[in-house]
Design a protein around this ligand. Structure first.
Ligand code: FAD
Length: 303
């Protein structure tokens, strides 16, 4: 019986682990991809204490600290969670069952992919899922931003200040973003807006050099030479396994109270998987800190 089981070994999961063991809770992290979304990042420039740090190094440092603190790790995927009649939780992976008094869900988000040739091959070599993070590496270069929502428009606006040329490619007739943001982007002389078009291929020699677009109405294709493709077609929360135990918003993100508890007593959530509007490492860690301390409080009050 664990005091707490944390699902996900990203920044939120590892932070929750550190705080939990400091309260002498028997703690297990079950995670399927150490580091979470940080795997997709390159260098982090907004993590206090490090002016700049390779995300790989940050992941390793977090892992070492978490393990040294006494957290157990299990490299696996949680498939199912049940609440027992005595108020505990049973977590199922493909191979094993685990029991805990409390659970912290820190399953994060995964980027929605374009699913076009070249996307995986050039990931980190010109294909990026975070303009905010990787944008500064494209100073004076040509880039495309794919998408038509607020995050794509935001990325295009940001990149117009960094890159020499930005192609904003959207598959539909209209953007789904704030008017002020759309007008801002329309007003940038170095942004070309390409509507009703889909990216079909990303090519290059070791790094991104070209993309091929198709107009959905005319079926005409267009080749564009560039250095980077920012995919901003959304991130998805895969929270179906806790659907019965939590309330979710329209994006399947988990709604939490101020103490990070869900609608099920003893079940907490933290990080990008929650309905917090902003998705950043420091926010995920702050929420995870609250979740771990709240889980401790929950056990204290129950016993
Ligand atoms: C390319 C990129 C660059 C970024 N750069 C920055 C930056 O510079 N600064 C910044 O502050 N933020 C940055 N971010 C955002 C930052 O990475 C996230 O805010 C942060 O990782 C959220 O942490 P998390 O632990 O909540 O979730 P995640 O990092 O998403 O971790 C969740 C973990 O849970 C695992 N998981 C999911 N389901 C299960 C399951 N059923 N069983 C077991 N494990 C499961 C996932 O595999 C994953 O490992 C960037 C994001 C991306 C994509």
């Amino acid at each position: 019986m664990y005091d707490v089981i944390i699902i996900g070994s990203g920044p939120a999961g590892m932070t929750a682990g550190i705080y939990a063991v400091r309260r002498e809770m028997k703690t297990l992290i079950i995670g399927k991809e150490l580091g979470g979304q940080l795997i997709w990042a390159n260098e982090i420039e907004n993590y206090p204490g490090f002016e700049i740090i390779k995300s790989f190094e940050l992941i390793q440092r977090m892992k070492q600290q978490t393990e040294k603190a006494g957290v157990e790790f299990k490299d696996d995927e949680v498939q199912k969670i049940e609440k027992t009649v005595d108020g505990n939780f049973v977590l199922h992976t493909n191979k094993e069952l685990f029991e805990a008094k409390t659970v912290i869900i820190s399953m994060g988000l995964s980027p929605r992919r374009l699913a076009v040739p070249g996307e995986i091959e050039f990931n980190g070599k010109g294909v990026s899922y975070c303009a905010n993070c990787d944008g500064p590496f494209y100073k004076g270069k040509k880039v495309a931003v794919i998408g038509g929502g607020n995050s794509a428009l935001d990325a295009a606006e940001f990149m117009s200040k960094v890159a020499s040329q930005v192609y904003l490619v959207h598959r539909n007739e209209n953007f789904k973003a704030f008017d002020t943001l759309i007008n801002e982007v329309r007003g940038r002389s170095n942004v070309e807006i390409i509507m009703n078009s889909e990216i079909k291929d990303i090519t290059g020699d070791g790094k991104v050099e070209r993309m091929v677009l198709t107009n959905r109405n005319t079926l005409e294709t267009r080749d564009i030479n560039l250095d980077g493709v920012f995919v901003e077609v959304g991130r998805i929360a895969s929270t179906d396994l806790v659907a019965d135990l939590v309330e979710r918003n329209e994006k399947n993100q988990i709604i939490v109270k101020n103490n990070m508890e869900t609608k099920t007593p003893g079940l907490f959530a933290a990080g990008d998987v929650t309905d917090c509007e902003f998705k950043q490492i420091t926010i995920a860690m702050g929420q995870a800190t609250i979740a771990a301390l709240s889980a401790y409080q929950y056990i204290q009050m129950k016993s």
